[in-house]
Write a protein that binds this ligand. Structure first.
Ligand code: ATP
Length: 262
């Protein structure tokens, strides 16, 4: 399989079941370079499971995934991250007792080429690399407007800032593709608007492709180039925001669920 021209991520007939539940059922999709692509759908539609398969946390039981020209179907999460895929989680996964800067440095160390013995001797190469890492981290912190809290412990910061730190940690890996799992969850209207601008600038200024899961429909509709709607692990609709908004199958999927919070 090859990525079609201009696409960075291709899923072909991906499936996974848990017990009798087909959480993702023959899902195919193609994310183009530098687009903002959203996955939406009612609760339990299989969105996070799809993310877990793409990022290597779960192994698909069928189908294949190509990322930036490499077959990643059977790779492990750290191997996929090394190929240039960053990710944030629904629940923040930060080192809360470490500073903001050190959280990003920790992520950066995945990129460090020097080995343990060099590290021990702290030779010039190690020091140079450390300096470069710190420079990159400072660039990212200032891009995210986090410069002022760089030395603060994560635990001392408010939730919206912590969410931005998590974004910073994913960006520290200098990914080509960034997966965001419900980035607006827990944010108020103003914070969500700021986040939308930030995501657009991650794509526009940093040239990073963004794949996101989101329940905040106004955000999804305003920032996404294309949207796929899942229900019961399957695609029910794919298109630009206007097409999705006007599709009867989408309305049906959402209204059909009593407990959907979308
Ligand atoms: P939400 O919007 O609520 O986060 P979602 O679209 O992300 O939902 P998933 O979390 O991917 O949905 O879940 C899809 C289905 O797979 C659900 O029926 C869920 O209960 C089931 N499922 C997901 N992960 C597991 C697991 N590790 N073990 C068993 N069942 C699972």
């Amino acid at each position: 399989m090859k990525n079609s021209m201009n696409s960075i991520l291709t899923l072909q007939d991906i499936s996974i079941s848990f017990g009798g539940i087909k959480a993702v059922n023959q899902l195919s999709l193609d994310v183009r370079n530098q687009e903002i692509f959203a996955i939406i759908g009612p609760n339990g539609a299989g969105k996070t499971t799809a993310f877990n398969i793409i990022s290597g946390l779960y192994r698909a039981q069928a189908g294949s995934i190509l990322f930036s020209g490499t077959d990643i179907t059977n790779l492990l999460p750290h191997q996929i991250a090394h190929l240039g895929m960053g990710r944030t989680f629904q629940n923040l996964e930060l080192f809360t007792l470490m500073s903001v800067e050190d959280n990003l440095m920790a992520a950066r160390h995945m990129h460090t080429k020097t080995n343990f013995w060099n590290e021990l001797i702290r030779n010039k190469k190690v020091k140079d690399e450390e300096e470069q890492n710190r420079k990159k981290v400072h660039e990212i912190l200032s891009f995210l407007n986090l410069g002022e809290v760089a030395n603060k412990k994560v635990t001392d910061l408010g939730f919206p800032i912590q969410k931005r730190v998590e974004l910073g940690r994913a960006l520290a890996l200098e990914p080509k593709l960034l997966l965001l799992d419900e980035p607006a969850a827990g944010l108020n209207f103003v914070e969500t608007a700021e986040l939308s601008e930030l995501i657009k600038s991650i794509r526009g200024d940093l040239g990073i492709t963004v794949l996101l899961i989101e329940h905040d429909m106004s955000m999804v509709m305003s920032i996404s180039d294309r949207i796929i709607v899942l229900d019961y692990g399957k695609e029910i609709c794919l298109g630009v925001p206007e097409e999705i908004q006007n599709d009867a199958r989408v309305v049906e999927a959402y209204l059909g669920k009593r407990d959907s919070h979308a």
